[in-house]
Design a protein around this ligand. Structure first.
Ligand SMILES: [Zn+2]
Ligand SMILES: [Zn+2]
Length: 148
């Protein structure tokens, strides 16, 4: 999905509400397709004094096996996004989105935001017991008598 920002960039002090639902289920990340549900982006793009700003909330569900017990686990990712659109590369900070032709590639942006903000651990629960390294049982569901 691509948003055309040319119109709003011409209208100083105007707003463009955004309420997007993007299907990224075909996006491969780390060898799997973890974004089975649509990723949403809700908020507004504002042109204030000729500066284009994005202020929105990204919501996604990331589905992959738990890092400890390997059960399929869905984690919700909610990100508050505040960015400025620029048409030329800037070095001062990275809080901008480069749109040389004022075309905002939403899919690419959402994908990279999600990857950058993935939690380091993907767990089915904070106290997941994982699997036994001896017998391979899921210790959340079974007890085993293996020596620890
Ligand atoms: Zn687990
Ligand atoms: Zn065991």
């Amino acid at each position: 999905m691509e948003l055309d920002l040319r119109e709003i960039s011409r209208k100083e002090n105007s707003e463009m509400p955004i309420d997007l639902s993007v299907d990224l289920s075909g996006e491969e990340i780390d060898g799997i397709f973890p974004l089975k549900k649509p990723v949403t982006l809700k908020g507004v793009i504002k042109n204030s004094a000729d500066v284009l700003k994005l202020n929105a909330v990204l919501n996604a569900f990331y589905l992959k096996p738990c890092d400890r017990c390997f059960e399929e686990t869905e984690q919700q990712i909610t990100l508050n996004i505040k960015r400025v659109f620029v048409t030329q590369e800037e070095n001062e900070n990275d809080d901008y989105i480069l749109v040389p032709l004022l075309k905002f590639n939403v899919d690419e942006f959402l994908r990279s935001e999600i990857i950058l903000n993935l939690p380091t651990l993907h767990l089915c629960s904070p106290d997941c017991l994982g699997i036994c390294s001896v017998c391979g049982k899921n210790l959340n569901k079974f007890k085993c008598d293996c020596p620890k």
